[in-house]
Design a protein around this ligand. Sequence first.
Ligand SMILES: *Cc1c(COP(=O)(O)O)cnc(C)c1O
Length: 365
Amino acid sequence: MSTIPFLDLRAAYLELKDAIDAAVARSLDSGWYILGSEVEAFEAEFAAYCGVAHSVGVANGLDALHLALRAMDVGPGDEVIVPSNTYIATWLAVSQCGATPVPVEPDPATHNLDPARIEAAITPRTRVILPVHLYGQPADLDPILALARQHGLRVLEDAAQAHGARYRGRRVGGHGDAVAWSFYPGKNLGAVGDAGAVTTNDPMLAERLRVLRNYGSRVKYVNDERGWNSRLDPLQAAVLRVKLAHLDTWNARRTALAEAYTRALAGVDLVLPTVPAWAEPAWHLYVVRTGRREATQKRLAELGIGTLIHYPIPPHRQDAYADLGLPPGSLPLAEQLASEVLSLPIGPHLEPRAVEQVAEALQRV
Ligand SMILES: *Cc1c(COP(=O)(O)O)cnc(C)c1O
C-alpha cells in the first residue's frame, strides 16, 4: 500500500508551476513591492468571486479577524461570541482587541455554532457574533443574522476554511457585516506564505480596514489613528490570482473525494460529517469522529496514511486562556469533539483511489 500524505502542497504548486512562476516574475519585474496593482487586482477578483462589494488584503487570517473587529470598534469591556470548538486564532483576535471571547457550544452534528445556544450568551456587553465555517461547512447564518439584528449586534464570519462554500446557494463572503479569510498555504485558496483578506459590503468598514492595515494612514505620513502594518504582499497576491482561477475546479475534486469517503465509510463504526440541505461545503477537511481515535490514527499511520486532529485542545483548555477560569467539563461538547475528531486525507491532489485505501484501512481497524 502506497503512502498517502494528509495534504500535498508541492503538488498544488507543480500543477500550476508555469503560471505561478510567470506571475511571480511579473510581480518582481514590476519594481513595486508594497500594495499596488497586483494587490488591487486580487482584491477585485476575490470580491467578484465572493459576490461582495469590497475585499481588503491583509497579512494573514488572524490579522483579518483582528482588524475587522477593530474596524467595528470592538475594545476593552466588550464581549464577542465565539465557537467553543475552533482554531485558537478566532479567540486570539478578540483578545487582541482587549475584548473577551464568550464561547458558545456547537451543534455536534455540524460542528458549527448552534444558533439555539447563542441568545443565552448575549449580555449588555456583547458587540459581535463571530461564527466560524469550520472544516469548510457553512455555519447556519440566517438565524445568527436574525439574532444579531434583533439585539443590535454585528456579525463577523471566520471563513478561513471555507473559500467557495455556499450557504443557501450564495457564496460565503457577503452575508455578515464582514468576513475574514486566511490564505495560509494549506487552506483551499492558499498562498506560498502568509496572506489574508476581509470581504464586506459595507464601504465604511472597507475604508477603515484599508487605513488600519496601513499604519492608520490614508495619505503617506499622515496618520489618522494608531494602525498596524498588515498589508497583503503583492507576491502572494500574484500567486493567489493564479490559484483563484482554479479554486472551483479544486473544490470540485474535494467534493468528489468527500462523497467517495461518505459512500465507502457507510458501514464503518465512525460518525461521518453531516451536511444540512442548505449547505454546499468547500470540504477543507473531512472530519470523522471515533471513540477509539488513538488506535485508529496509529493503525493508519502504520499503513502510511497521514491524518491530523483539528483540534486536540479546545481554546478554553489552553494555558493561553487559563485566566478565563474555565475548568475541564465547562464546555463539554467542545471537549468531547476535541477527544474524538480525526481528519482524513483530503485535497485537490489526492488520488481518488486513495479514498478506497483509507476506507479499507478503517474497515479493518
Ligand atoms: C487558519 C485559520 C485562521 C488563521 O489564519 P492565519 O492565516 O494562519 O493567521 C483563523 N481561523 C481559522 C478557523 C483557521 O482555520
